[in-house]
Each structure stands twice: as C-alpha cells, then as structure tokens.
Design a protein around this ligand. Sequence first.
Ligand SMILES: [Zn+2]
Length: 272
Amino acid sequence: MSKKILIVLSALASFFLFIHLKELKERQLDVPIFEKYSYSKGTAEEIEKETLPESDLSDYCLRLINSDHSFTDEDLTMPLKPLAEGYEVAEVVVAPYESMEKAANKAGITLKIISAYRSVSYQEQVYQDNLSENLNQGSTKKEAQKLTEDYVAKPGTSEHHTGLALDVLDVTWLDSGNGLVGEFGETEAGKWLDEHCAEFGFIIRYPKDKEDITKIQYEPWHLRYIGKEHAQYMKTHGLVLEEYIELLENEQHEKKESETSKSTSKETTKKS
Ligand SMILES: [Zn+2]
C-alpha cells in the first residue's frame, strides 16, 4: 500500500518537475523574441522612419518613370557609357552592373543583356512601326493601338530612356530557345537576380505581386538601377518604386512641416 503511494507521489513529483522545466524552457524562448521586438523592431512606422536612407528626390537615380510620369530625351542629364556588346547605360550603372555580372559568374550564371538604353525617338520609331504593321493587318486604329501597347511601351514612358534600366537574361535560358517571359523568374538565374540584385543597387522593377501598382506585368528580367541603399531598403520592405518614392516624399513633407512649426514656435517665443 505505502509502496503504491510512494510510486504515485514520485510520479506526481516528476510530472510537476517536467511541467516546471517546460515552462522555464518556454519562458527562455520567449525572452529573446520579446527583446528583439521591443528593442529593435518597434512599430512598422517607426522602422521606416528610423532606417529610411538619406535621399535627395532630385537624384537622377530616383527618377520615377511610368504612364503618369514621362521622360523626354532632354531629361537625359547623365552621360551614357558603353557596356558589353554595344549596349549603353547611364554612367553610374556601369561599375555596379559589371560587379553583379562577376558575382553571377561565380555562382555559375552567365548573364546576357537583351536591352539597355533606348532613346525616346527610337521608341517612337519602334512604336510607329508596330502600329503600322497592326493597321496593315486590318485592325482598326483603336485595336491597333491596343495591340501595339500590349508589347511596346508608349514613347516617353519606358525606363529604358533613362539609361538606368536593363533587360537581362542568362545564356542557359537563351540557349534553350526562351526569351522575355515570366517563367524566367523560376530559373536559377532569375532567382539569383531576385535574391542578389539589390546588393549591387538594382531592383526587379515590375514584381509579380505589385502589378496593380506598377501597371506593368511581371518582368523578372527588367532591372532598374536605383543605388544600393535604396534597393536594399525596398527589398527588405517589399516596396516598388511608386511606393518608395511616395514614402520619401511623405518623409520630406513631414520634415518640412516640423521645421516650419519649429521656426514658427521660435518666432512666437521671440514675440512674446
Ligand atoms: Zn525592360
């Protein structure tokens, strides 16, 4: 009888010890997570303000080009420099692209440029040629325009006019007869670019899940140079250029407002 009680007691004791240890373990796990969140994370808004890179919205590399923000040949204020195979880019893009190319090589990927700088007048010519072709094939003017704009950016709305954009694939993909299609994003090279291009200052300008904002279908090959700090920030926070520029503009607006209110309060102090 007493043996039975002893067994029951020791079983109970080890059960409570187990629960206690488990609790301790869980608490220990909770601590670093709690600390991590309370010290370095804060609210989403706080992080953005804390770590938003220094920026000058008139910086050529931050220029936003889309159907609402156009570009003319006169806006090309940065000199162009040659890259491999006669492609030209804005001079600031040469060194970062070459570094990225080398890093890709080390990972066993041979990048291949498909398109780089295109002038607005060249785009106009491509657009008109495509439009005439569609008209010749019997489309109405409206239909022909629609067909053309499905494949050719309207002159003045392409990032390629800036010299900051490049269309890039890799040799393996090209050699198997593929081109500029979304599936490139699933290849080793497409994944490598997505993962590493920000380290060299590039962004995948038209990602899959932001088509409603960029108004451009997913283009895993279209890289836009924006600078390392900006690119890394955008990647970390999952932003597209439209969102990022808005964030920078809001921050600048807030800074101005707080400066104005500071100077106004100083003036009030002086007067009184
Ligand atoms: Zn492109």
